[in-house]
Design a protein around this ligand. Structure first.
Ligand SMILES: *Cc1c(COP(=O)(O)O)cnc(C)c1O
Length: 411
């Protein structure tokens, strides 16, 4: 199946009872079994089935299966948010004394999370993206995972996933990739060697910003050294499912950041149009970026699809002809950035991405508010930077809106 067909059909359940084209929402906290014995067997993982929605639910399972197909993985776990999915993905294999090596260009929430893990004895070392000597130098015998975003948010640098996976594997380390900004429409990190992929499905997967959620997808391919990751040892019998089995029977179940069935349903509706929306959003973003760059030399436009981007070559090689729906502009000052934002008519001022509607935000005073000055510089966040998440509007209307807002900001 090609991309758009598989969004509709891959991993989708057929409703045998009534033939409904959308699967029912199993809005139920618990599931009855015919006998105490049957329930015991489910609890002991000896039989498939459902007992309690914090652990699993048919509507959520269907969404997980569709995400697994989308990312080309082995199995997925859906969580209450992208941050919950990241937290689960990391902590499933970490303990006190362990270290994370990550690209410095990250979503502000992830930087905040790594700071929150410090009191638990988990240290994070930040290095410049795609600088392999820096990655090599940061890896110690305490390192347990490598992390990066496919497209850094909001720096819009592009990780060379194949090269980073190779480096991670040469040290017997798993590579975890946050694919939220790129989505599988641009690239499937697992095909390039990533071991675990995380998506904040609140963004492009859901597509119209009606719910918060996140999904982690395991490739099942990483060869865990059970002495180095002792927590996985009891799950060795699950073979390639060891990582997912540990999570579902452990931290995921016990921290309780499960998805709601209603959200799993809404996400599946969104998922079906991911290809169509991304195609339009990428086309709009490229045209807007080119037009802003050509028309306004006073702005610095950053978009991976512009030849002026430092990451254009790797973006072209890794993504092909689409470069994502997000671009940034530098305006010269914070005041001008605010003036420009406040002068837009159609565009929403909010901290989100991946909506059908165009959104703008001033990252420095919002998503990166808790970062240090150095962390902001490393993440490409400047006082005069405006991030634009481009929607599916008609491009002429977007250009007109930005033209009048820029005129006001620079008058
Ligand atoms: C939004 C976002 C997250 C966090 O996702 P939530 O669903 O808001 O918790 C993580 N990573 C990236 C790149 C994001 O854009």
């Amino acid at each position: 199946m090609k991309f758009n067909t598989s969004l509709l059909h891959a991993g989708k359940d057929r409703d045998e009872k009534y033939g409904a084209t959308l699967s029912p929402i199993y809005q139920s906290s618990a599931f009855a079994q015919p006998s105490a014995d049957a329930l015991e067997r489910i609890f002991e993982n000896r039989a498939p089935g459902y007992c309690y929605t914090r652990v699993g639910n048919p509507t959520i399972t269907e969404f997980e299966n569709r995400m697994t197909k989308l990312e080309g993985g082995l199995a997925s776990i859906a969580c209450a948010s992208g941050m919950a999915a990241l937290t689960n993905a990391f902590l499933n294999i970490l303990s006190a004394g362990d270290e994370i090596v990550t690209s410095a260009s990250l979503y502000g929430g992830s930087i905040d999370l790594f700071a929150d893990l410090e009191p638990f004895g988990i240290r994070t070392i930040y290095v410049e993206n795609n600088h392999w000597e820096q990655f090599e130098a940061a890896i110690t015998d305490r390192t347990r995972l490598i992390f990066a975003e496919t497209i850094g948010n909001p720096r819009l640098d592009v990780t060379d996933i194949r090269a980073l996976a190779k480096l991670a594997h040469s040290h017997d380390l798993p590579l975890i990739v946050d694919n939220t900004v790129a989505t599988a429409f641009l690239v499937r990190p697992i095909e390039l060697g990533a071991d675990i992929v995380v998506n904040s499905t609140s963004k492009y997967i859901n597509g119209s910003s009606n719910s918060i959620s996140g999904v982690l997808t395991d490739s099942g391919k990483f060869k865990w050294d059970y002495d180095r990751y002792p927590g996985l040892k009891p799950y060795q019998k699950f073979g390639p499912y060891a990582y997912i089995a540990k999570l579902r029977n452990g931290l995921f179940r016990n921290t309780g950041a499960c998805l709601s069935p209603q959200t799993a349903f809404l996400n599946q509706i969104g998922l079906e149009t991911l290809g169509l929306r991304m195609e339009r959003e990428c086309a709009n973003a490229l045209e807007l970026a080119r037009w802003l760059q050509d028309t306004y030399p006073e702005l610095t436009v950053n978009y991976p699809g512009l030849e002026s981007s430092s990451w254009y070559e790797i973006a072209k090689e890794q993504f092909g002809t689409h470069f994502g729906g997000i671009l940034t502009i530098r305006t010269g000052s914070k005041e001008r950035a605010f003036e420009l934002i406040d002068s837009l008519n159609y565009v929403y001022v909010l901290s989100n991405i991946g909506d059908t509607k165009t959104l703008v935000v001033h990252p420095s005073s919002t998503i990166s508010l808790h970062s240090t000055e150095q962390q902001k510089i490393d993440a490409g966040v400047f006082e005069d930077l405006v991030r634009i998440s481009v929607g599916i509007e008609d491009i002429e209307d977007l250009k007109e809106d930005f033209a009048q807002a820029i005129a006001k900001a620079f008058q």
